[in-house]
Write a protein that binds this ligand. Structure first.
Ligand SMILES: [Zn+2]
Length: 56
C-alpha cells in the first residue's frame, strides 16, 4: 500500500467546519465533516490531509 505525503488544504478563516472526501483517485473516501472547534487546523482521519485556516 502506498503512502502519500500529507497535504495541507487552506480554508477560509471564518469557516467553522470543512468537508473532506479524500480528493480524486484511490485515496477517495466517503465525505466526512470536521469541525474546527476553536482550533486553526484539523486533520482528516481517513486520508491524513490537514486543513488549515488562512492567517491574516
Ligand atoms: Zn480525507
Amino acid at each position: 500500500m502506498m503512502t502519500n505525503p500529507p497535504e495541507t488544504i487552506p480554508v477560509e478563516n471564518d469557516s467553522d467546519e470543512v468537508s473532506c472526501d479524500g480528493g480524486n483517485g484511490s485515496l477517495g473516501h466517503p465525505v466526512v465533516w470536521y469541525s474546527f472547534d476553536g482550533k486553526n487546523t484539523v486533520e482528516c482521519l481517513y486520508c491524513d490531509r490537514a486543513f488549515e485556516k488562512k492567517s491574516a
